[in-house]
Design a protein around this ligand. Structure first.
Ligand code: ZN
Length: 335
């Protein structure tokens, strides 16, 4: 199915009552999709985009123009807490007097991160990188950079409406089932409409890239890759010819082929990493097993998080073990 990509501030109809908007992002994956669902007199928006002047301008253009067709914004559902999705939630909610819908875990994650700005938080992140083998100068970079979340997320609303896995939302006369996914975010909301055979997939299933799966300092013993792979399995109950609407990239079908490709991609990375652990090495030293090019400081946190997510999966499967040295710096060894 081919649909022209909407320029920022415009919308394209996917099926009657469902429109696609796309906003640029100042970092990869370079754009984020927002879906508009017709709902009574107005539109319910799925996601808000990042907090910057450009995106606010595109929203104003869309709401005043052909994209909204003289209908108001009457609802807001945020799929997960990340800045490119939740960044303008507070601004839209305030301007349009909306109470956004979100899963409770994503809401609490957004609220707690937004207010956790102290030096102690940064030191916790510095320590997490240190025991992963990152050089000391990276710690200096982290301190100079400071907290990131507030920069691209506008002040959050004080109230929300909780949605949860298995809920049915009736939007514009259609039933949409909430299916939550884990791994990329703790409890990301996806929406499936059986009648229209459409899945609003958020970042859970993307067409060309695999979503970022990272282990974070706040939950160092989590297994986000295990959670992500388990979610892929749960989505296999959906029909293969479901039209998938991802948050990044273009709509696509052949869902099961994509689920297979994502699982195969991670199996491949796990194998490469396990092989690299023949000689015990720190997470930082293992980066070349997953990344072809050296990472600069701006992307090192993501690189360490992604490598750790794979190492934790291997550890949970009993294929590698952690060997801390006297300073707490962890090396990983194949079992
Ligand atoms: Zn995203």
């Amino acid at each position: 199915m081919h649909i022209d990509i909407p320029p920022p501030g415009e919308a394209r109809t996917i099926i009657p009552g469902l429109r696609w908007m796309r906003f640029p992002l100042p970092f990869p994956p370079s754009n984020v999709n927002v879906w508009l669902l017709e709902d009574g007199e107005g539109w319910l928006a799925i996601d808000a985009g990042i907090n910057n002047d450009d995106t606010r301008g595109h929203w104003r253009t869309a709401i005043a123009g052909e994209a909204f067709g003289n209908r108001p914004l009457t609802g807001l559902l945020i799929t997960h807490f990340h800045p490119d999705h939740a960044g303008l939630m507070g601004w839209l909610a305030a301007e349009h007097r909306l109470t956004p819908m979100m899963t409770r875990i994503e809401w609490l994650q957004a609220r707690s991160l937004w207010f956790d700005t102290g030096a102690e938080m940064i030191e916790h992140q510095v320590e997490f990188a240190r025991i992963s083998g990152a050089p000391a100068e990276y710690g200096a970079f982290q301190r100079a950079r400071g907290p990131l979340y507030q920069v691209s997320v506008a002040p959050l609303p004080r109230a929300f409406r909780a949605i949860a896995d298995g809920d049915t939302l009736v939007i514009g006369g259609r039933e949409w089932r909430v299916m939550t996914g884990q791994g990329h975010a703790p409890d990301m909301a996806c929406l499936f409409c059986a009648e229209a055979k459409v899945l609003i997939a958020a970042d859970q299933i993307l067409p060309r890239i695999t979503p970022y799966i990272g282990l974070h300092a706040g939950e160092p013993m989590a297994d986000p890759l295990g959670a992500f792979l388990a979610t892929l399995e749960r989505f296999r109950v959906l029909p293969d010819d479901t039209l998938v609407l991802p948050s990044h990239g273009e709509p696509f079908t052949l869902l099961h082929r994509r689920l297979d490709a994502l699982a195969a991609h991670h199996a491949d990375r796990l194998g490469a990493l396990e092989e690299a652990c023949r000689e015990p090495q720190t997470t930082h030293a293992l980066l070349p097993a997953l990344f072809r090019r050296p990472l600069d400081n701006r992307s090192l946190g993501f690189g360490l998080g992604e490598t750790l997510a794979h190492l934790r999966r291997l550890e949970a499967m009993g294929r590698v073990e952690r060997l801390p040295d006297a300073d707490g710096v962890i090396s990983w060894a194949r079992i």
